[in-house]
Write a protein that binds this ligand. Structure first.
Ligand code: CP
Length: 306
């Protein structure tokens, strides 16, 4: 089925085959970006960011610029008519009169599906609260595919804030559709993977532990996450939990030689800077894959230039 005109609110909106087609195009773009510099000429992307971002917003904007398209939008909702009380639906309906595709980030879980229902052009969820972050998942999948050459038969450990981290919710659901995936969820009791995500991956082999040291030698991918300060009501609890896991050179010495360390970023303390020199640390490369996969996604949704 074609992806032209579709919305992306969560990874399950696309079939495995459709995701593969985006990843394959992302890899082709990375091989020779010069082939694609004009394909989106005359097209406009709106980036509507109701919550802070570095990678997602700037990689979307870099992606559209590198395709020859143009961008409008806001990164401070206080400077838009949202500050006058305009509804999400009215904002989306209005902006969809001006542009060809919208990428929106919002602090409220469920805002993306709500916005997509009001959107008559392709709508991309760029992260909604603690719910989903599907373009981060496309980024993660492309990084794994490029660096490991496969998405099947992998043991993926996810470590840190599995309760509030939307990236791990999306990635767990997406990876559960590949053959022989195994998960190790590493979190303290307060930040364990939510039941609804565990229900969604029913039938998939997973274990839960609080020990990074025990798990690190068993995984092919170690997906580190930040404890999400902005989602805690109890700030004292955040302070207590924020440094539960710190990946350092000593812990890396217990990992497989071909293990990959991924992180959606931003990093706070959970990966020591000394790990950046380890060839298994792929998180900055991952951020670059994010731009290529967003170029591919924009092209697919707009039906341009392949
Ligand atoms: N990975 C990610 O979503 O980063 P930003 O919050 O900087 O966009």
């Amino acid at each position: 089925m074609t992806l032209v005109g579709r919305h992306l609110v969560q990874p399950a909106d696309f079939s495995v085959e459709e995701i593969e087609s985006v990843l394959d195009l992302g890899l082709r773009i990375k091989e020779d970006p010069s082939k694609y510099i004009r394909v989106a000429e005359g097209k406009l992307l709106a980036t509507l960011f109701y919550e802070p971002s570095t990678r997602t917003r700037l990689s979307f904007e870099a992606a559209m610029n590198r395709l020859g398209g143009r961008i409008i939008g806001f990164s401070d909702p206080g400077a838009s008519s949202v500050s006058k009380g305009e509804s999400l639906e009215d904002t989306i309906t209005t902006v969809s009169n001006y542009v060809d595709v919208i990428a929106m980030r919002h602090p409220i879980s469920g805002a993306a599906i709500q916005a997509s229902k009001a959107c008559k052009i392709p709508f991309i969820n760029a992260g909604d609260g603690k719910n989903q972050h599907p373009t981060q998942t496309l980024t993660d999948l492309l990084t794994i595919k490029a660096c490991r050459g496969q998405l099947n038969n992998l043991t993926i450990a996810m470590c840190g804030d599995l309760k509030y981290g939307r990236t791990v919710h999306s990635l767990a659901k997406a990876m559960s559709r590949y053959t022989d995936t195994k998960f190790i969820f590493i979190a303290p009791d307060e930040l364990k993977m939510p039941e609804e995500v565990l229900n969604d991956i029913e039938g998939i082999n997973y274990e839960q532990t609080a020990s990074l040291e025990e798990a690190i030698g068993k995984c092919d991918i170690l997906y580190m996450t930040r404890v999400q300060r902005e989602r805690f009501e109890d700030k004292a609890q955040y302070e207590r939990l924020k440094d539960t896991y710190i990946l350092d050179v000593e812990k890396m010495s217990k990992a497989k030689e071909n293990m990959l360390v991924l992180h959606p970023l931003p990093r706070v303390n959970e990966i020591a800077v000394e790990v950046d020199q380890d060839p298994r640390a792929k998180y900055f490369e991952q951020a670059q894959y994010g731009m290529y996969v967003r170029m591919a996604l924009i092209m697919k949704l707009l039906g341009i230039g392949e």
